[in-house]
Design a protein around this ligand. Structure first.
Ligand code: ADP
Length: 449
């Protein structure tokens, strides 16, 4: 086992990893920008190193500064958290070249899954079902017309290098296709410096269902069931649940077997998530994330497992030590992402937190780096807390989340807590009757009513 780990991240996820390290008796090194010198992850770590000015590109994305911090403090491994360098194959490779362990998959697997066409082709090869679409990138608008005719309208043009929902355009008719083609390519060119695009069937009411998996360095792969992340705004998740209200035990078992078999054949190691769109009983793979996800706590609650402990243990070369049949599911968990944003306009709301009173009681978990007097900086992601509840049934989890949100006080800045309260009162949400397009319509409706 490692004796010292550097955590290459900030905010709640840096704290999350730090807590796991402390429980495993591992010393921690925090890194921070000048804007984060008073951050909680810096206060709680055994050591800390300032790695640059506020802008992420000069600090949390600065590979040389992070590698130097790890070298001078004698860290044996680096945990990247999510975002920043977590899916950067070059960083993972550099960590290894500096004689340290990257807590995550191999650089090859990170690279392979980072390219959406390669990811889809690889999964198809291993028998994982895909969204119908082009086999690879489209060479011309004529080819786009051909594919669209075969799969049927509406279709979605997507950027090969896509991320964060950019470079995606819907075309409902052949007439709309040429415009969508131009717009998607222009957006992809400016966002990713790469205008390659591909085409997929546009699904009109799918759910976003994803599968948490873990693999060791010896070819053993297991899954921890699904998360339903259908509540999204601008393709950003806002509320997640485990399990999904619409997935049966049999479906979980079937898709779980397909996914774990595929990843075992790839020799995938450490944590990963396969994302699917699910509609009319069919799972269609869209992408794989080769890291820990923001929403991992809902899985931890229903599986009674610490996924970060597991990541560290596996990166240190330990075996999984259990098989699929040892993994059981208990109750239902919901996570609300608390963003420092106006709940109606979604404009970011950084500033000083004057009062901070988190909820408590049975079945309530808070992952947050906030404290009273903390100044939320304007430079980073607006998510400042995750409120997670666990209860025997979904109905009880909803009740528990409602009372926890009522207790939650964050003064001085605006948050999306009122929006979550609104969602939880909606009968369609309570019935579990929603698709990935539901929240967008819900916020437009509540905004205009
Ligand atoms: P990104 O990497 O930009 O996040 P993804 O492929 O993961 O792109 O898709 C992000 C989101 O966009 C999905 O969660 C879903 O809400 C929507 N989406 C993606 N593909 C489709 C599709 N074929 N039909 C309908 N919605 C889609």
């Amino acid at each position: 086992m490692f004796s010292k780990i550097l955590i290459a991240n900030r905010g709640e996820i840096a704290l999350r990893v730090l807590r796991a390290c402390q429980e495993l008796g591992i010393k921690t090194v925090a890194v921070h920008s000048t804007a984060d010198s008073k951050a909680m992850h810096v206060r709680l770590a055994d050591e800390s190193v300032c790695i640059g000015p506020p802008a992420s590109c000069d600090s949390y994305l600065n590979m040389a500064a992070i590698l130097s911090a790890a070298t001078i403090t004698g860290a044996e491994a680096i945990h990247p958290g999510y975002g920043f360098l977590s899916e950067n194959a070059e960083f993972a490779k550099s960590v290894e070249e500096h004689g340290m362990v990257f807590i995550g998959p191999t650089p090859q697997h990170i690279r392979m899954m980072g390219d959406k066409i390669t990811a889809k082709a690889t999964m198809k090869n291993f028998g994982v079902p895909l969204v119908p679409g082009s086999d690879g990138k489209l060479e011309s608008l004529e080819e786009a017309y051909e594919v669209a005719k075969t799969i049927g309208y509406p279709v979605l043009i997507k950027a090969v290098a896509g991320g964060g929902g950019r470079g995606m355009k819907v075309a409902r008719t052949a007439k709309e296709l040429s415009e969508a083609w131009e717009m998607a390519r222009t957006e992809a060119r400016s966002a990713f410096n790469n205008d390659s695009v591909y085409i997929e069937k546009y699904m009109d009411r799918p759910r976003h269902i994803e599968l948490q998996i873990l693999g060791d360095n010896y070819g053993n792969v297991v899954h921890f069931g699904e998360r339903d992340c259908s509540l999204q705004r601008r393709h950003q998740k806002l509320l997640e649940e485990a399990g999904s209200p619409v997935i049966t035990e049999e479906q979980r078992h079937t898709i779980g077997k397909i996914a774990t078999d595929a990843l075992a054949r790839m020799g995938y190691r450490n944590a990963g998530t396969l994302e699917f769109l699910y509609q009319d009983g069919q799972f269609c793979f869209i992408e794989m994330n080769t890291r820990l996800q923001v929403e991992h706590p809902v899985t931890e609650m229903i599986c009674n497992i610490d996924l970060v402990h597991e990541q560290i243990r596996l990166a240190a070369g330990e075996k999984l030590g259990y098989t699929q049949k040892d993994i059981t599911f208990s109750g239902h968990a919901i996570e609300c992402r608390i963003n420092a944003e106006d709940p109606i306009t979604f404009v970011p709301s950084p500033g000083k937190v004057t009062i901070y009173h988190p909820p408590g009681g049975i079945g309530v978990r808070i992952d947050s780096a906030l404290y009273s007097g903390y100044q939320v900086p304007p430079f980073y992601d607006s998510m400042v807390a995750k409120l997670i509840v666990h209860a025997p049934t979904r109905a009880q989890a909803i009740e528990r989340m409602r009372r926890a949100l009522n207790e939650f006080v964050v003064g001085g800045i605006k948050t999306v807590i009122p929006l979550h309260q609104h969602i939880l009162e909606d009968s369609a949400f309570q019935k579990g009757d929603y698709s990935i397009h539901w929240l967008e319509q819900f916020t437009t409706r509540t905004h205009t009513s």
